[in-house]
Design a protein. Structure first.
Length: 96
């Protein structure tokens, strides 16, 4: 089990990035969330099989076709970071 927190910067809002991330995460059997941030970035938390989490983190560096990813900051997280969203699978949350 691996849990990571990502902050993705670039042209990542208004291009379907959150929906793409949710589809990719669900397809890999991951839990967590994705949401836009007021600063124009996208934030995500992925939890699950280490290989699947790592693969999606790498894919976020490319993003969906209409996006332009300038930077992905990845830091370790803990399962407790997922606690408010536990049981919801993978969620698209409101902007924070």
């Amino acid at each position: 089990m691996l849990v990571i927190h990502l902050r993705i910067a670039g042209k990542v809002q208004g291009v379907g990035f959150r929906q793409w991330t949710a589809r990719e995460a669900r397809g890999r059997g991951l839990s967590g969330y994705v949401r836009n941030r007021h600063d124009g970035s996208v934030e995500a938390l992925f939890s699950g099989d280490a290989d699947a989490v790592s693969a999606l983190a790498e894919a976020c560096g490319r993003g969906p076709q209409a996006s332009r990813v300038d930077r992905v900051d990845v830091r370790p997280a803990i399962e407790d970071d997922l606690a408010p969203h536990r049981g919801s699978g993978f969620a698209v949350l409101p902007t924070a």
